[in-house]
Ligand binder design. Sequence first.
Ligand SMILES: [Zn+2]
Ligand SMILES: [Zn+2]
Length: 353
Amino acid sequence: MSVSPLRCDACDRECTFDHAGPFPPGQEGSYGVAWQCPSCQRRALDVCSIGPLIPVATTCVNCGGERGAGECPDCGLTEVQVRAVFGIDGAITVERAIADAQRGLLRRALAHCNWLLARAPSTELAWRLKGEICQQLGFHTATARMLLHAAEVANAPVLLFSAALSLQELGRNTEAVAVYRELLAWAPEAPNAPLAWSNLGNALSALGRRDEADRAHARALAREPAHSTIAFNYVHHLQQGERWLESLGILEHALRFATDASTRVAFLFSLSRAHAELENGASALDAADAAVALDEHSIGARFMRGRALCLLGRLHEGMAEMQHVLALDPGNRDAANAVRILERAGVTATMPS
Ligand SMILES: [Zn+2]
Ligand SMILES: [Zn+2]
């Protein structure tokens, strides 16, 4: 049960951690850890229970049941047996649990966190590790419930950030808004406060509360003008509302800070799209050309280049670009549509771009 690495019986070797996920899918009570033999490559799945979410002194660390002295009424293990199974001794630490989790020993890492938290509920780092494990498993209901509790008991407002993220993942945006607002009132200078403003903007935007979303996004960007995710979120919000002209300023600003090629391509794609929507073909083409120069296989950038060429009346070149997109991505509906429209307009010849 992922307390120690699985062994391959055939090769008598210790397996290595491959990945973990909900098992069976679609619930939050148990997960599977996949291990792989480095010799024969055979895989094995180890199914584990998530255990207690909010442990207290009387919680069985193995099954999460309520226990007294003696055997746990739910799983039958005594406390001595539980300690032996999970290797719990006086030297366990969250740091060691983090190292265990990275090696795939999720059950052991969670048991050690639960043991520590049952005795010292204000151990913020242990809550954080539990939250990360649950979130990576996609157990968002569990994560939100656990971290909302943890933030209070550990007096750690930053834990609210992950709780709110999980609420957003669940589509519980009204609650997410309330949690981000609580975090920002409680710890306005927290390191993740700017991103919390930005995520708050996304949640408000999803609820159609656009004016509040505007203010949240603007506040986030004012706090961290060079943060690409914050700029992306703002641009996405504006472009969803077809506010192309307003998005231009944010994009040009963001491009001054973005150095990483894939980030620049994404911003240039949005810039080209905004110019195209404003029927500014030359600027749309400039942005698309710059994106293609950074990544000639970017389907989005090539599509925008085709669209800009068509806007400029360079229909044969536009057709060639759309066909290029379809060669890269045969299921691309936008490109297929464009090709149909161009064919109807009598553009049939394809020319190399
Ligand atoms: Zn093997
Ligand atoms: Zn038990």
